[in-house]
Design a protein around this ligand. Sequence first.
Ligand code: IMP
Ligand code: MG
Length: 204
Amino acid sequence: MVLMSLSRPWTTTWLPLPTNAIMTPTHLGPAEHLFSAEEVETAIQRMAVAINKDLEHLSPQRPVVLLCVLTGAVVVVGQLMPQLHFPLVLDCVQVGRYGAETSGGTLQWRTRPKEPLAGAVVLLVDDILDEGVTLQALQEYCKAEGAAAIHTAVMVRKVRPRAIDVQVDYVGLEVPDRFVFGYGLDARGLGRNAPGIFVLPEDG
Ligand code: IMP
Ligand code: MG
């Protein structure tokens, strides 16, 4: 367990702390440690086992297209990928949402997939399922591009009511309906390198 101090200009200090201590990143405000790095790694291993079970029987003639949803999914994809035992090509997508009034999955594209998706089995990997708008819109995009099958994995799923019934096949961990960061997830751009999953205070 460590104490992480985030302060501008982008300095990070790591100090030893007893197990189960409350984290106090000075830039992000106090934060609580929800899952340790070991717990997240174990959850990612479990996801890899389930994904292998579903996908490793596929023909090596057509590799699976693993779509990493930038930026937050880089850590989970980096850990997941070496544990997958089937031919795959890695590609990335990056999207944003237009604004608070956005509804119905309108995406602003920053990076589209470079791999052709027509006829491909796609494994879409994101950091978190919140409202589900992003993942549902990405699934729709893959379908529209002619993907043969779409499997979706998220490192964490928020336990919350969801207006959108988005299908997610593999879930690492569940978190309360609070703002979380760490393991790729950011809070105001910071905290992606935090070693585990942390939660900001209610007003954070
Ligand atoms: P959705 O479209 O509401 O499901 O939002 C998904 C995206 O919002 C994720 O890919 C994250 O980038 C971001 N997001 C939602 N909740 C959190 C959070 O608690 N921490 C960090 N990012 C989040
Ligand atoms: Mg994201």
